[in-house]
Design a protein. Structure first.
Length: 244
C-alpha cells in the first residue's frame, strides 16, 4: 500500500442527528492491505476500534458531540480522519406541568350569607408554585389581588370569585362565594315607618273614641295627637323613600 488509507463511514445516525441512546457507526477502508482503525470521541484519545463501533455515552452529557475515524497502513502511512457529529438527548425532559392550582377560600361569608357591610375574604392554595391570584366581583374582569381582600360593594346581591395561576402559566377554575349585603339605613327607616304607622292607627282610634264621647277637651287633645302621629308617619315615609 503506497497511499494513505481512507475511512468510509457507511452506517449510523445522519450527521448532526439527535440520538437518545448510544449511536453505532459502521465503516470500512476501501484500500487493499493491512490497516489499523482508530476512533476518538470529542477530541479525546485515539483508540483502536473496529466496525461496528458504538460510542460509550456513559460519561457524556446531553448536547453536541463528535466522533472521528481514521486508518493507518502497516507501512505507517496515516490517512485523514473522517468526522461525524451527533446531539445526545439521553436524559428525558421533565413532563410539562399542566395541572392548574386550586384555590380555597379560608374565611369570609359563607355562600348565600347576608352581611351588614362589605366583607373581607382570605384565600390560599395548597400548590407550592402559585405565581399569583386574581379576583373578580359581580362578573367584572379578573384583576391581580392578594389575600386578604376587602371588597367595596354597595348593598345588594353580589358574587366574589378568586382564581390562581402557577409559574407554568396554568390558571385554575375560579372559586366563588355569593352574598347579600344588607342596607342597614333602609332597614332602619323601614322599621321606623312601621312604628309610625302603628302609632297613627292608635291615634286615629283614640280620636274616634273621643268623638263618640262628645268630650270637646278630649276630642281636641286626641285630634292633636292624631295630627302629630300623621306628621311622624309622613316623615318616616320620606326617610324610606330617601334610604331605600
Amino acid at each position: 500500500m503506497t497511499d494513505a488509507p481512507t475511512v468510509v463511514v457507511d452506517g449510523g445516525p445522519a450527521d448532526g442527528a439527535t440520538v437518545t441512546s448510544a449511536p453505532t457507526y459502521t465503516f470500512y477502508v476501501p484500500e487493499q492491505g493491512s490497516t489499523t482503525k482508530e476512533c476518538r470521541v470529542d477530541e479525546g484519545a485515539w483508540v483502536d476500534c473496529t466496525s461496528p463501533y458504538t460510542v460509550d455515552i456513559s460519561e457524556l452529557e446531553d448536547g453536541p458531540h463528535t466522533v472521528d475515524f481514521r486508518a493507518r497502513a502497516e507501512s505507517g502511512l496515516q490517512g485523514q480522519s473522517v468526522r461525524r457529529t451527533f446531539v445526545l438527548d439521553a436524559v428525558p425532559d421533565e413532563p410539562a406541568d399542566t395541572t392548574a392550582p386550586v384555590v380555597t377560600i379560608s374565611s369570609g361569608p359563607t355562600d348565600g350569607a347576608s352581611v351588614e357591610s362589605a366583607p373581607t375574604f382570605t384565600f390560599t392554595s395548597a400548590d407550592d408554585d402559585v405565581a399569583g391570584y386574581e379576583c373578580s366581583v359581580d362578573g367584572a374582569a379578573f384583576a391581580a389581588c392578594t389575600s386578604p381582600v376587602t371588597l367595596t360593594t354597595e348593598p345588594g346581591a353580589h358574587t366574589f370569585a378568586v382564581r390562581a395561576t402557577d409559574e407554568s402559566g396554568n390558571t385554575g377554575t375560579a372559586v366563588t362565594r355569593s352574598f347579600t349585603q344588607r342596607d342597614l339605613a333602609c332597614e332602619e327607616a323601614t322599621a321606623t315607618l312601621a312604628e309610625a304607622k302603628a302609632d297613627l292607627r292608635e291615634a286615629k282610634a283614640r280620636f274616634a273614641r273621643a268623638k263618640e264621647s262628645g268630650n270637646k277637651t278630649r276630642i281636641e287633645r286626641t285630634r292633636a295627637l292624631r295630627n302629630e302621629a300623621r306628621a311622624e308617619r309622613n316623615e318616616a315615609l320620606a326617610q324610606v323613600e330617601q334610604e331605600c
